[in-house]
Design a protein around this ligand. Structure first.
Ligand SMILES: Cc1cc2nc3c(=O)[nH]c(=O)nc-3n(C[C@H](O)[C@H](O)[C@H](O)COP(=O)(O)O)c2cc1C
Length: 328
């Protein structure tokens, strides 16, 4: 291992844990093995009700992988990602190995810096259209990680998607198990190292036709302002589906989110239609032919809100012990 590696790995792991995850569950563990980092799914942190197949958890780990790779790059280190989940070790999601030195680009540096500013913004966005050039950058961010970003306004799918978001949300609100899980992970104090703090919620809203944050993510103390009347929604897609595609999708989604941050854009998630059995199938059907949808995002111009805390990287990272050298 060269002398700079521990520092570069520390920075990369500190970046990895800044990834988004449902309810800020942080369902990851990292194992440093010489000059490689393994990314493992932490089953104890998978949402049993909202995410029984651990799909969102794997997407989150994929986002952590991208943060890691970008941060290694700005330290001059090339990284090779092997996406792995297989039958033998389904929870070993990826291994990031060093791949020589690499001169970082201005874009790499912009994204690496965005890792530490990106956050979910559940507040109203301005009624200001996202220009074509910014949309093109978000789309090419998705393409460069092997995925796709599809905006909904152009496709005529918007009203159907909005209806499915609302239907899924009302079904979840009627489900005591979902409510209990959500209550456990949200409404926390600002400094809580995991879960969603109340300060990250959005204001109350009473606009029946508009989709914004979940009603359960409402903080009446946030001054109420009108939500944008015509939110820009976008879906993150991959060609394939399955566990490896979930991890890949997380990398795609994170590059989109970091590019949005670098462009001065805010984003939030609307995962309700992906989480409710019966609605999920109808939602996926809307995009049949394009690929597998992994995330539904709302994107626009907002005022920066509070960052949420994370468990420190050291708490979720282990070093693989050197194998014992047999005595001679
Ligand atoms: C796969 C996935 C699904 C998510 N779904 C939602 C959602 O439906 N509603 C929401 O408000 N936030 C959602 N989030 C955002 C998380 O709550 C957020 O990432 C987490 O609380 C950490 O906060 P941060 O993104 O501000 O760092 C989702 C995040 C991920 C990665």
């Amino acid at each position: 291992m060269n002398d700079q590696l521990p520092t570069a790995f520390d920075q990369a792991l500190a970046a990895a844990v800044r990834a988004p995850s449902p309810h800020n569950t942080q369902p990851w563990r990292f194992v440093v093995d010489g000059d490689a980092v393994e990314v493992w799914l932490d089953r104890d942190r998978v949402l049993a009700v909202a995410d029984p197949a651990a799909r969102e958890a794997r997407v989150s780990c994929g986002a952590a992988v991208l943060n890691l790779v970008i941060t290694l790059r700005v330290n001059g280190l090339g990284a090779r990602v092997r996406i792995l989940p297989g039958a033998a070790l389904p929870d070993l999601l990826a291994v990031i190995g060093l791949d020589g030195t690499r001169r970082s680009t201005e874009q790499d540096r912009g994204l690496a810096e965005a890792v530490h500013r990106r956050h979910t913004n559940r507040r109203p966005f301005a009624d200001r259209a996202v220009p074509a050039v910014a949309r093109a950058r978000l789309k090419s961010a998705a393409l460069s990680e092997g995925g796709q970003l599809e905006f909904l306004d152009a496709s005529g799918r918007y009203p159907k998607v909005a209806a499915l978001v609302r239907r899924a949300e009302s079904l979840q609100a009627e489900d005591p198990a979902f409510r209990a899980e959500s209550a456990f992970w949200t409404g926390r104090a600002a400094e809580s190292p995991d879960g969603v703090p109340t300060v990250a919620f959005g204001p109350r809203y009473e606009i029946p036709g508009v989709v914004c944050h979940r009603a359960s993510h409402t903080n009446p103390a946030v001054p109420s302002r009108a939500f944008e009347q015509d939110p820009l929604l976008a879906v993150v897609l991959t060609r394939d589906h399955g566990a490896a595609a979930d991890v890949r999708a997380g990398m795609v989604m994170q590059r989109v989110l970091l590019t949005a941050t670098a462009e001065g854009l805010a984003a939030s998630f609307l995962s309700q239609p992906l989480e409710v059995h019966g609605i999920r199938e109808q939602f996926l059907e809307l995009f049949r032919g394009l690929g597998q949808v992994h995330a539904l995002l709302r994107i626009g111009y907002g005022h920066a809100t509070r960052m949420t805390a994370r468990r420190p990287a050291a708490e979720v990272t282990a070093q693989r012990a050197e194998p014992d050298v047999p005595a001679v």
